[in-house]
Design a protein around this ligand. Structure first.
Ligand code: CP
Ligand code: NVA
Length: 309
């Protein structure tokens, strides 16, 4: 299995075994950092472009720090500052990037733009979030779940809220590939598209299943993991009023948490809107693992980059 040189646009670009290899590498890197051992300098002499079309706190910082720790040179580029903002094509931009840098980490509005960038660039492209997928988040979240629960086999993961959002779809994809079962609870119009649901089901490892429901209580009943994300993702602001109203019954609060497994954990990719998709007592409470999730982005992305780049 050769991971080097490949794009990472969604977790299913890699097999279960390849994802497990990345997670193993991430775990070694986390341990080394905790023991203050010197980082592997596997990106020494390499420059990595970080092309962002949307705001970011965690992804930007963790990639920048991760690239530096591995000995590489991160170059942050705001989409609007490039000639892209004046109409240069993505195709030409991908070719130009390939002349100078060794990889691109890109956050874009349209997943199709990421695919176009990957198609034109001869260097690996890593998805740092698109409207469709957020694979680095999802793989890091699986890493956190494995740390907390020992593995994904036999677990019930409930995603509650905007089931069709990038984080929900990538979490589902990664969890199914790694053997965890997922239930998505959202109003019908926020559910992932039918074709994607079928595709995700085909990726499931072992006995893992994917269920879709409109009932948050049914989804969370006896769940080991409860996951939510903002109701208004970047790029959906014009629909904010409807979203805030229609997703209201899907708030993760203490009443909903009460029906989950007694040792369940609560996850959120952040940024969070306390009082909307999740209440303050829950996100800042004892079941929440959101800070560990955020930290693990660094370790898992280092694992991804060390194998791809
Ligand atoms: N979770 C996440 O991707 O956060 P940022 O938008 O801050 O990068
Ligand atoms: N679904 C959110 C995730 C942010 C990390 C968004 O796309 O805005």
């Amino acid at each position: 299995m050769e991971i080097r040189g490949r794009d990472f646009l969604r977790t299913s670009d890699f097999s279960t075994e390849e994802l497990e290899l990345i997670l193993k590498r991430a775990s070694q890197m986390k341990l080394a950092l905790k023991k203050s051992q010197p980082s592997q300098q596997c990106l020494a002499g390499k420059s990595i472009a970080m092309l962002f079309q949307k705001p970011s706190t965690r992804t930007r910082l963790s990639f920048d720090v991760g690239i530096s720790q591995l000995g590489g040179h991160p170059i942050y580029l705001n989409w609007g500052d490039l000639q892209l903002g004046r109409g240069e094509t993505i195709h030409d931009t991908g070719k130009i990037f390939s002349c100078y840098v060794d990889g691109v980490v890109a956050r874009v509005y349209r997943h199709a733009d990421l695919e176009a960038l990957a198609a034109s660039a001869s260097i690996p492209v890593i998805n740092a979030l698109s409207d469709e997928f957020h694979p680095c988040q999802a793989l890091s979240d699986c890493f956190t779940i494995i740390e907390k629960k020992g593995g994904l086999d036999g677990l019930k993961i409930a995603f509650v809220g905007d089931g069709g959002c990038n984080v929900s779809k990538s979490l589902t994809e990664a969890a199914l590939q790694l053997g965890g079962s997922v239930v998505i609870a959202s109003p019908k119009r926020y559910s992932p598209r039918e074709e994607l649901i079928s595709e995700l089901r085909r990726l499931a490892k072992g006995g893992a299943t994917l269920q879709i429901t409109e009932d948050p209580v049914e989804a969370v009943r006896d769940a080991d993991v409860i996951y939510t994300d903002v109701w208004v993702s970047m790029g959906t602001e014009s629909d904010a009023e409807n979203r805030l109203r229609e997703l209201r019954p899907y708030q993760v609060n203490k009443d909903l948490l009460a029906v989950s497994a007694p040792d369940s954990i609560v996850m959120h990719c952040l940024p969070a809107h306390r009082g909307e998709e999740i209440t303050q007592d829950v996100i800042d409470g004892p079941r929440s693992v959101v800070w560990e999730q955020a930290e693990n982005r660094l370790h898992v992305q280092k694992g991804i980059m060390s194998l791809i780049l």
